[in-house]
Write a protein that binds this ligand. Structure first.
Ligand SMILES: [Zn+2]
Length: 99
């Protein structure tokens, strides 16, 4: 079994562009959420956040969770689309929801 950090490294390598773009956004979002202090207890200056192991780990974890849920959603949509194409799913609601 891979640890969470190993999974993140694997995911990062496989989806580098997606990872980089999303992580940058989440970094800014989490940085805005921190008030004066960083999650490690020190003063949250921009420079500190760039170098803080604890904060960067937090950003990695949040990014990973977010991307995983996005990919799962995408997968679900693809499955419903395929089912509609193959005529397996006749529900009008599903049909229009994913168009
Ligand atoms: Zn810190």
């Amino acid at each position: 079994m891979l640890t969470l950090d190993q999974k993140i490294v694997k995911f990062k390598i496989a989806n580098w562009n997606l990872w980089f773009v999303t992580r940058t956004k989440i970094f800014i979002e989490l940085s805005d959420k921190q008030s004066i202090k960083c999650c490690c207890g020190r003063l949250a200056t921009g420079l500190h956040e760039q170098n803080c192991t604890k904060f960067n780990k937090k950003v990695d974890h949040v990014t990973f969770k977010y991307l995983l849920s996005q990919l799962k959603l995408k997968h679900k949509v693809e499955i419903s689309r395929r089912q509609i194409k193959e005529g397996k799913c006749k529900s009008i609601k599903t049909k229009y929801l994913w168009k």
